[in-house]
Design a protein around this ligand. Structure first.
Ligand code: IPM
Ligand code: MG
Length: 356
């Protein structure tokens, strides 16, 4: 298992360290041969090499069978020119490796019911997956930019764009995911207003005829945003466009209680993947040993399952997390006011020990 480790910035390195610890433990328990190599990405790469995605990092990511990514960004980089900002490295990686299928599972852990701002009866039993298209849409559409008009005022432009082929492949991924779960796929668009999304709905519906066993429904993004907090248990798999998926997945994190619990997988057509916690770099809490490493650890489980087909090892990691949560161990983001809080490192150590 050739894995590129890209810890990045902010809390990325500290949560990735815990995830690697868990990865080594699960590898030794299941006899898996690991070949890990680490490289800089994001702000730290910019500081060291003048670019957030140095050629060596991109080459390493290309050669690996899977990538474990931490986070990137930081306040100090936000005014850099576009192309040199840390976030651009991640976007380039997604695009270059054609990681179009981004799975963000949303599972309400009964142990964490108190951590959510929503009523327990609303979130109890929530188990859904957001499948976000990751390599097209407004994120990459041309033309884009900020132009100066004749009167000297400025205009910003981005382009929402999807080709039929791009919609078709993410739709197939959605139907296959639904088939392996509870057989329900909800496609989220804005077909009532946007032509791009009209095409989206048409193509998803057409692909759906190949999956008669999957129950397909459609929602507009505004209605979906409401339904997600009103009746989240009604969802199984949600397939949606890049920008809508970005927004819905942050909203959905509140069903779980903390974005610090959400892993993700971004796969290409050969199931090569980049695995990352959804939470981002969180510079305000970086380096203080308080970040929750469970999203990164659960990303390792997704890697074992989706890129390496090791359901046994993946389940073992998830079971270890469940055991630690059931025993009452909490980082600050998931702790109730009367619970004892442990740090990033200790959480990682406990999951590692539970695996052995
Ligand atoms: C995400 C993030 C990224 C995105 C940023 C960091 C570019 O918000 O993965 O959800 O917008 O895709
Ligand atoms: Mg986001």
């Amino acid at each position: 298992m050739k894995i590129a480790i890209l810890p990045g910035d902010g809390i990325g390195p500290e949560v990735t360290r815990q995830a690697v610890k868990v990865l080594r433990a699960v590898a030794s328990r299941f006899g898996l041969a690991l070949e890990l190599s680490e490289a800089l990405i994001g702000g730290c790469a910019y500081e060291a090499h003048g670019h957030p995605l140095p050629p060596g990092t991109l080459a390493l990511a290309r050669e690996a069978n899977a990538i474990l990514f931490g986070a990137e960004g930081g306040f100090q980089y936000e005014t850099l020119p576009r192309g040199l900002r840390p976030g651009d490295a991640l976007l380039t990686l997604r695009r270059e490796l054609d990681l179009f299928a981004n799975f963000r599972p949303i599972v309400a852990w009964p142990e964490l019911a108190d951590a959510s701002t929503l009523k327990p009866e609303v979130i109890e039993g929530v188990d859904l997956t957001i499948l976000r298209e990751l390599t097209s849409d407004l994120y990459f559409g041309e033309p884009r930019g900020i132009e100066t008009l004749r009167d000297g005022s400025r205009r910003g432009i981005n382009t929402m764009s999807y080709t039929e082929a791009e919609i078709r492949r993410i739709a197939h991924a959605g139907f296959r995911a639904a088939r392996s779960r509870r057989g329900k796929l909800c496609s989220v668009d804005k077909a009532n207003v946007l032509e791009t999304m009209e095409l989206w709905r048409e193509v998803v519906t057409e692909v759906g005829t190949e999956y008669p066993d999957v129950k397909l429904s459609h929602l507009y993004i505004d209605a979906a945003a409401m339904a997600l907090v009103r009746t989240p248990k009604a969802f199984d798999v949600i397939v949606t466009a890049n920008l809508f998926g970005d927004i819905l997945s942050d909203e959905a994190s509140m069903l779980v209680g903390s974005i610090g619990m959400l892993p993700s997988a971004s796969l290409n057509a050969d199931s090569k993947g980049l695995f990352e916690p959804v939470h981002g770099c969180a510079p305000d809490i970086a380096g203080r040993d308080i970040a929750n490493p469970l999203a990164a650890i659960l990303s390792v489980a997704m890697m074992l399952r989706l890129s390496f087909g090791r359901e046994d090892a993946a389940s073992a990691v998830e079971a270890a997390v469940r055991k630690i949560l059931a025993e009452g161990h909490r980082t600050q983001d998931i702790a109730a006011s009367d619970e004892v809080v442990i740090g990033t490192e200790e959480m990682g150590d406990r999951v590692t020990r539970a695996l052995a």
